[in-house]
Design a protein. Structure first.
Length: 297
């Protein structure tokens, strides 16, 4: 009996150690598509869920409680052919803040150029060397982008490996007929997202990202004032980038995820600190001025 129990515990422990990197919730919405067998969308959601959560994305060992929380909502609006669909994809990811129950947003992005083929029983495969399926390429691109952002938040530029995988996926898709992969199509697509992340011009944003999370948020549970001061100081990295490249795409992506959180962080700050932070925020992200105005109320 003891031996059987030991074997079971060993198996369970091994399964925990081999947990995959992502804990990704998937939702496929097809309400705008009429006259189609809805079973295909159920199968699609299941296939995407299994792909995102069962693929081994890294060579690192993850515990069950270390998996990265993320959400993908695919809203299909058009059926192009019997097995081809188009719509949008919303991607969200977060990471826990040390010693709290709070999760900080890493990414909150909507991709408006989503088009792919899918047939029931299709098995999606991860491939960074060849573009074989636009759906698997889309999912692999965002999985690696999420991993890169997560790693960057714990160690300075530690996510480079995964961003380079995402870049390889973009490069492989240059001859794909679907939109979103090419520089000339749109200034706010997958091509430009990964280009901006890896572009040295925007590297201070990655420095900000690390300081904000690891040296700021992660110490605030024990040293609130010190952590907040680090975040306030790190905003100067964003100011540096903005003055070189105003209204950059990557800055918009960052504030789509962080604007509300930053306001909450400084809502209890000292008046002088609030004013300094407000001045920088209004300069680097004027589109969010209405949110930042709350700091002066």
């Amino acid at each position: 009996m003891y031996r059987k129990l030991l074997i079971i515990l060993t198996i369970l422990f091994s399964l925990k150690l081999s947990a995959q990197e992502l804990n990704c919730r998937i939702q496929v919405v097809s309400s705008q598509i009429q006259g189609t067998n809805k079973q295909v969308f159920t199968a699609m959601q299941k296939a995407i869920y299994e792909f995102m959560n069962n693929t081994k994305w890294t060579n690192h060992v993850y515990g069950e409680n270390e998996r990265i929380e993320c959400n993908i909502l695919i809203n299909l609006t058009t059926q192009i052919s019997a097995d081809e669909f188009s719509g949008t994809m919303s991607i969200q990811a977060s990471r826990p803040v040390y010693n709290t129950n709070y999760n900080s947003a890493l990414l909150n992005f909507q991709d408006n150029n989503v088009q792919f083929k899918f047939v029931e029983q299709e098995v999606l495969e991860y491939n960074t060397t060849t573009h074989t399926s636009n759906l698997s390429a889309l999912l692999s691109f965002y999985a690696n982008t999420i991993l890169g952002l997560d790693y960057d938040s714990y160690s300075l530029e530690a996510g480079t490996e995964f961003f380079e995988h995402a870049e390889a996926i973009v490069n492989n898709a240059q001859n794909a007929p679907e939109r979103g992969w090419k520089a000339y199509e749109d200034r706010k697509n997958r091509y430009w997202l990964i280009e901006n992340i890896l572009n040295d011009t925007y590297s201070p944003i990655r420095q900000f990202y690390y300081n904000y999370h690891r040296l700021g948020l992660d110490v605030m549970s024990e040293k609130t004032t010190d952590g907040r001061a680090v975040i306030a100081e790190s905003l100067k990295y964003l100011q540096e980038v903005h003055r070189k490249k105003p209204s950059s795409f990557i800055m918009q992506v960052l504030f789509d995820a962080k604007a509300d959180e930053i306001v909450n962080i400084f809502s209890e700050a000292f008046p002088e600190e609030k004013r300094r932070v407000y001045t920088i925020l209004k300069e680097v992200s004027p589109a969010n001025t209405a949110k930042f105005d709350k700091l002066l109320n």
